[in-house]
Write a protein that binds this ligand. Sequence first.
Ligand SMILES: Cc1cc2nc3c(=O)[nH]c(=O)nc-3n(C[C@H](O)[C@H](O)[C@H](O)COP(=O)(O)OP(=O)(O)OC[C@H]3O[C@@H](n4cnc5c(N)ncnc54)[C@H](O)[C@@H]3O)c2cc1C
Length: 399
Amino acid sequence: MDLQFTPEEQAFRDEVRAFLKDKLPARIAAKVKAGQRLTKEDQEEWHAILNERGWLANHWPQEHGGPGWGAVQKFIFDTECALAGGPRIVPFGVNMLGPVLIKYGNEQQKKYWLPRILNGDDWWCQGYSEPGAGSDLASVKTTAVRNGDHYIVNGQKTWTTQGQHANMIFCLVRTNKDAKAQAGISFLLVDMTAPGVELRPIRTLDGDKEVNEVFFTDVKVPVENLVGEENKGWTYAKYLLTYERTGIAGVGFCISALAKLKVIAAKVHKNGKPLSQDPLFAARMARVEIDLENMKTTNLRVIAAVAGGGVPGAESSMLKIRGTEIRQEILSLIRRAMGPYAVPYIDEAQYEGWNEAPVGGIDEAATAAASYFNYRKLSIFGGSNEIQKNIISKMILGL
Ligand SMILES: Cc1cc2nc3c(=O)[nH]c(=O)nc-3n(C[C@H](O)[C@H](O)[C@H](O)COP(=O)(O)OP(=O)(O)OC[C@H]3O[C@@H](n4cnc5c(N)ncnc54)[C@H](O)[C@@H]3O)c2cc1C
């Protein structure tokens, strides 16, 4: 496999770099690089900029508004965006629901919902998990009972990321209680502003409130919001998860986090020398860099399979495990590099406008602990890493 970029790919990389230099708002990039929290408006602004250029849904087919990129172009784009401080694309509409509608939605649903995802008319969130259905997702208990031209939805979802911003939620609901667990699930699009939907925030380890509980009491949902066939939702749910897991791996973000780690390790001193020259610390940095190089190749293999018309499949589980382990290791090394200066939790430092003197003179220290704690989630959501190992043992190793 030739891992050098061709002249055409190098020209594409230059095009992406020029675009980012010109269009990525410096204010937003500064927040991303400082590890600060982005507002809904920040994320909408970046989506609109990408959409204007036709680069928002970069893995969608061209007929639905994708740019027609191959695997390497997507890889270059993700990497360059992350290095420049571009926010991640909010995945729920573009990366999760979009591919499901394109594959399983009817013509009317595609025509109505896909342009709305691109234009930011709807903010989507994911209603999969419930208090009794996380790893064992097929145990979902939220019910949808058909009543004429509506379903009546009752139940509870939990851990709903960015639900506080959303006006729409795609849900796994039980439409047949008598069938085998997986055979009684449907995939429903629910209006969060409908009567009977209630949202309650959950405060997480890093002090943020980005996840929520969502309660449904007799919520009326039009039958045209059913995606695909009734009771076939498990198939669509699994298809969506392969895209979610591939996205969570976040190769571009690992690359930019490693670059940040190297800057910090060169700046911080131990025993009169930069930390990057400490044999133990240097060995851990080298180890994670080698792991990242390996993961880049796996990532290219997976996106090449998708670009060739395939789906990510069980390889997305490999990518999810390695990507999240690498990202968590880098964040852990960043925190270790700063030692005690990373300990204080300063809530205000997570927001734009914070201009106090850096803790211990290290710019990155103020948000290091919150980032470290926030990204513990990576090995849990999208299906925990233990569950991904089960999938690999079954689907790839045939055990
Ligand atoms: C920050 C955050 C954001 C999230 N966002 C969303 C969201 O937007 N939408 C959504 O629907 N969900 C979301 N989730 C939920 C997430 O997908 C679940 O937390 C995850 O699937 C694990 O389920 P659980 O929390 O119920 O843990 P459990 O399923 O109770 O698992 C507990 C532990 O047991 C292990 N375990 C369970 N079963 C097995 C097994 N068979 N073999 C080996 N180990 C096993 C797990 O790995 C885990 O360590 C989010 C979670 C977090 C933490």
